[in-house]
Design a protein around this ligand. Structure first.
Ligand code: G3I
Length: 369
């Protein structure tokens, strides 16, 4: 038979305090709509980078003035890696053959290093945001392969050398593989490819490596979880590695939406690329609530919000599980109001921070594990 415990005034007080404390914890606890829809500041004293300290750096893409003011403070609190969203791209950093424009890129690199953050370099060779002068002679004719490669070499060598020891990783080659569903069609018909053929690819990595032997060198692309494109990239990288091309990592850009990719396709992509001995980063993460180009619903409906929360929870669970090969996750800009994909007539609400820089509910799904 159980003995009855004596109920004293002290034990009643203790029980009351316990019940009250539990209720307060449940109402205001470390997660949930209450806080994320509220000030959000209390918990954001601890940033994404702190929750992921034992996993991988958490980065964000920025403009040169992003680190000023309240947004700057928020970035320093949340992130420990920066990528220039635009100003290190060829057209901006090297607008004319004899002219490099360093100020904006220097600003980002110096601010990052002064605040103990890592810097990823984006990007050395791309079909887009590259000055037309790279491919034309003084009369406007297309240059020869020799001239194009010489210009690419000058560009890569000069930029990588300037930031040697400061920029730890470079997206050497961006989006060189085409989306075509025909597995036989591999290369994007860029100016680089049309003028130089495949050769520009291996050369780009070789020149980046010569300029900074310590840098991590990435092939970076989107739709890397689509099995057809994934396999094209995988086969290309396998071939290049067999030739001794100094590629060390693959960037999955991560421009995703609440329905795509599936968990299986995400896992398969990470496994497939890392099976080549390459490290993997998610380099440009955003998760649109719009799932197609024709989707124009403007409101952040509870259903979309929930799907986005579940999606963010799923992908970060996968990233954590694969932390041995995932060496970084970078968001493509800070907040919904500053995303390239969010437009007044087509709201995408793709990031973890809202228009007021407050953490959204999806934030808590990412940090509570
Ligand atoms: O800076 C000018 C401004 O002076 C001008 O008034 C304004 C008028 O349109 O344009 C501004 O430049 C824009 C620039 O972003 C800075 O905001 C360009 O038009 C615009 O094209 C450019 O878009 C960038 C896009 O790359 C270009 O392809 C996005 O910000 C940038 O987020 C996006 O990033 C790419 C990655 O580099 C590679 N992967 C895909 C990703 C998303 O497209």
């Amino acid at each position: 038979m159980k003995k009855k415990l004596p109920i004293t005034r002290t034990s009643i007080t203790f029980i009351s305090v316990f019940i009250m404390a539990t209720a307060i914890t449940l109402l205001c606890g470390s997660r949930g709509a209450g806080i994320s829809g509220n000030a959000g500041e209390a918990d954001s004293l601890k940033g994404l980078k702190d929750y992921y300290r034992n996993y991988f750096p958490i980065g964000v893409s920025v403009a040169p003035n992003s680190l000023e003011g309240a947004q700057g403070e928020m970035i320093k609190r949340q992130f420990n890696s920066l990528t220039a969203e635009n100003v290190m791209k060829p057209a901006l950093i090297h607008p004319e053959e004899k002219m490099y424009s360093w100020d904006n890129a220097d600003k980002i690199v110096n601010l990052a290093l002064a605040n103990g953050m890592k810097v990823r370099g984006h990007t050395l060779c791309w079909h887009s945001q590259t000055g037309a002068w790279m491919f034309r002679d003084s009369r406007g004719n297309t240059v020869t392969k020799e001239v194009a490669l010489a210009r690419l070499k000058d560009h890569i060598t000069t930029v990588v050398s300037r930031y040697k020891g400061k920029v730890y990783a470079w997206d050497v080659l961006n989006e060189a593989v085409v989306d075509d569903t025909d597995p036989a069609k591999v290369f994007r018909e860029s100016q680089w490819y049309k003028i130089c053929g495949e050769e520009y690819i291996s050369k780009a990595f070789q020149w980046a490596h010569e300029a900074d032997t310590g840098a991590v060198l990435f092939y970076n692309d989107y739709n890397t979880e689509n099995p057809v494109k994934r396999d094209k990239i995988h086969n290309l990288l396998r071939k290049l590695l067999a030739q001794g091309v100094p590629i060390t990592a693959v960037g999955l850009q991560g421009h995703w939406n609440i329905n795509d990719p599936s968990e299986q396709n995400l896992r398969d992509a990470i496994d497939k690329f890392s099976s080549l001995g390459l490290k993997v980063q998610v380099t440009e993460l955003d998760v649109s609530v719009l799932s197609s180009r024709t989707d124009t619903v403007k409101t952040y409906t509870p259903e979309r919000e929930k799907k986005q929360m579940d999606f963010y929870k799923m992908i970060f669970k996968v990233f954590r599980e694969k932390k041995d090969v995932i060496t970084g996750v970078t968001f493509w800009n800070v907040s919904d109001g500053r995303s390239w994909i969010d437009r007044p007539n087509r709201r995408a609400y793709p990031l973890l921070f809202d228009y007021d820089l407050k953490p959204k509910k999806a934030f808590w799904e990412v940090v509570n594990f």
